[in-house]
Design a protein around this ligand. Structure first.
Ligand SMILES: NC(=O)c1ccc[n+]([C@@H]2O[C@H](COP(=O)([O-])OP(=O)(O)OC[C@H]3O[C@@H](n4cnc5c(N)ncnc54)[C@H](O)[C@@H]3O)[C@@H](O)[C@H]2O)c1
Length: 333
């Protein structure tokens, strides 16, 4: 890996860990970040990079532009001189998309089209798009790349549109695009997120009971962040275009199991009791979701390395080092 990488949404959870991974493993690569700071922040990005790499001033090696992917001019400027685009900036919330499907579409569809078009015009060599299991929606798991998509939420529909445009830009213009469908990602840097692990750890450490939406038997494929950034880096290799990959672990875990693991871990580490209660099921949530990752294994050489317990321990370590986050500061994602 070398040249220049643009990470849209690079101040967020996955983007800041990706920046850290590149700085740690590929010293000569230049990194530019484009983010509107709607969810992420430069401070959080710097602290996640430092947590991963123990480096002094990450901003000496990473340049940050503040701007919105809905603005084509901003996208065109940000791709100048860039070899690889990792497009992470998005509305990331299922619940948010149910509340405001138009806002979700504007960021996830128009924003993605803007980034693709700017990348084509600038002669970018690789475009990696962050998708998820949501485009496939409510189907009999394991999800794999050949299942007909049936999105349940507007978020699933907008990510599916992003995948479709990536495919079309490869077929019509030869822009080498790769769509990566991430499982449910957790790890250092996820403190501002409202995903299951992030929320449970936040509440457990604040002495609040864990709220499970519905009966807790719903399943997800939880994947540790270091495995995700390795998959992105593998997708950046030259040669592939027009492909979609499931990037997860192939392990099906219930939300109840995650709650119990976090309860045990936090009680052991802090000596504090952690309660659990059941709330209302959320609209747009699918019942079962885990992935068949054989295509990513075969074509990218991807293999997840972290077990859930290893990943949760590292994530707890990060929460304890970073200190508490007040729930009031968080936007729902
Ligand atoms: N975290 C997960 O479990 C998960 C799972 C599947 C897919 N994904 C996808 O991965 C990508 C990154 O997710 P994340 O967890 O790091 O989320 P995040 O919210 O931490 O990061 C997203 C970043 O994008 C920025 N952003 C949002 N809208 C923008 C806009 N219009 N213009 C410029 N910047 C904008 C935000 O400020 C934020 O820093 C997203 O596309 C998300 O849909 C994440």
């Amino acid at each position: 890996m070398n040249g220049a990488w643009l990470i849209t949404g690079g101040c967020g959870f996955i983007g800041s860990n990706l920046a850290a991974h590149i700085l740690k493993n590929h010293g000569g690569t230049r990194i530019r970040v484009l983010d509107n700071l709607n969810q992420g922040s430069v401070g959080a990005m710097v602290s996640t990079i430092r947590f991963n790499c123990e480096m002094g001033d990450p901003l000496a090696n990473v340049s940050v532009s503040v701007g919105d992917i809905k603005d084509y001019g901003v996208c065109a400027e940000s791709v100048e001189g860039v070899d690889t685009v990792v497009h992470l900036a998005a509305n990331t919330g299922v619940a948010q998309s149910v509340d405001d499907p138009r806002a979700d579409m504007e960021t996830n569809v128009i924003g993605t089209l803007n980034m693709l078009e700017a990348s084509r015009q600038a002669g970018v060599k690789k475009f990696i798009f962050a998708s998820s299991g949501a485009p496939v929606g409510e189907v009999e798991p394991p999800i794999h790349e050949d299942k007909a998509p049936k999105p349940v939420s507007p978020y699933g529909a907008s990510k599916l549109a992003g995948e479709a445009y990536c495919q079309a830009y490869w077929r019509s213009y030869g822009l080498p695009t790769i769509s990566l469908r991430f499982g449910n990602v957790y790890g250092p840097g996820c403190k501002h997120k409202d995903s299951v692990v992030a929320r449970f750890l936040r509440r457990a450490l604040a002495g609040k009971p864990l709220e499970i939406y519905g009966d807790g038997d719903q399943t997800r494929d939880f994947i540790y962040i270091d495995d995700i950034v390795r998959a992105i880096s593998l997708a950046g290799q030259p040669g592939l275009g027009g492909e979609v990959f499931q990037i997860a672990t192939h392990r099906e875990t219930t939300v109840n199991e995650v709650a119990q693991s976090i309860r045990r871990l936090v009680e052991k580490r802090t000596g504090r009791k952690v309660g659990i209660f059941f709330g209302k099921k959320r609209r747009g949530d699918v019942k079962r979701n885990y992935s068949d990752i054989s295509k990513a294994k075969r074509m990218l050489g991807f293999d997840p390395r972290f077990s859930m317990s290893q990943g949760l321990e590292k994530t707890l370590e990060y929460y304890l080092r970073e200190g508490p986050v007040s729930e009031g500061r968080l936007k729902a994602v």
